[in-house]
Design a binder for this molecule. Structure first.
Ligand code: CA
Ligand code: CA
Length: 244
């Protein structure tokens, strides 16, 4: 009797698990952080279990608004769909950030959404960034009063960019570099540098591309490079003591 009850309990749990776990969809890509160029073939992928029918793939904003339909009926068990990025069954999505996809079983409430947002990028949109980050020619731990040549390399991705301003200096302190370049060729680099006599203490030094955001870029978050440097008056004495 006791065994029978245990058996029934097991069966009940198994049934419940089967019901709960029977049908699932999990979006694998895009799942956040992707930067897809409009017009490129990209793979939307998902995993599913217990699904036999079709899924519908929607392009949405991460806030929940529907932008359009990417595909209205794709067999669920294929697990992937090659999307011409940006193309909808009606029209094309605009370049921008904050997109997610929602994959939903047709005729069912089962769905999943990208964990975080991805971006659609127009091919013609430029991007300025640092090809080489900020570096100090003398290292980052200096003797107070030493001159350091701070340098970085600015890169214009994909297309030519006009009127590029770059500034640099000490965070919370003096601006030591301010240059405007009439034109940076696509996929070309421009070295920027200034010399600073580093006073005693800990400092942060920076270069900033397009500080006024006068140029619309496909990525606005890669325009700054910073470096921590410190200078001590006793650095040589301390080293001499520690070697004894
Ligand atoms: Ca940029
Ligand atoms: Ca910009």
């Amino acid at each position: 009797m006791k065994n029978k009850r245990a058996m029934m309990s097991l069966v009940l749990w198994a049934c419940l698990a089967a019901v709960l776990c029977a049908q699932t969809i999990t979006v694998n890509a895009p799942n956040g952080g992707e930067r897809w160029f409009i017009g490129d073939p990209v793979s939307i992928t998902w995993s599913s279990s217990g699904m036999s029918g079709d899924v519908r793939i929607l392009l949405m904003l991460s806030g929940g608004a529907t932008v359009g339909t990417i595909a209205s009926a794709v067999p669920a068990d294929t697990g992937s769909y090659t999307w011409t990025a940006g193309t909808l069954t009606s029209g094309t999505a605009a370049a921008g950030e904050g997109y997610v996809v929602r994959i939903r079983a047709v005729g069912s409430e089962i769905f999943d959404v990208s964990d975080a947002a991805f971006s659609l990028v127009a091919r013609t949109q430029p991007n300025l960034m640092f090809f080489l980050p900020l570096a100090c020619s003398s290292g980052t731990e200096l003797k107070a009063g030493m001159n350091c040549k701070f340098s970085a390399t600015v890169h214009s991705d994909l297309v030519r960019t006009s009127n590029v301003r770059v500034t640099g200096g000490v965070v919370g302190g003096a601006v030591l570099f301010d240059q405007a370049y009439a034109e940076l060729a696509g996929d070309a680099s421009q070295k920027v540098e200034f010399i600073w006599e580093v006073p005693e203490g800990a400092h942060r030094v920076y270069f900033q591309i397009d500080p006024d955001n006068a140029i619309a870029e496909s990525n606005e978050s890669d325009n700054r490079t910073e470096l921590a440097v410190s200078a001590s008056v006793n650095v040589q004495v301390l080293k001499a003591v520690s070697k004894r």
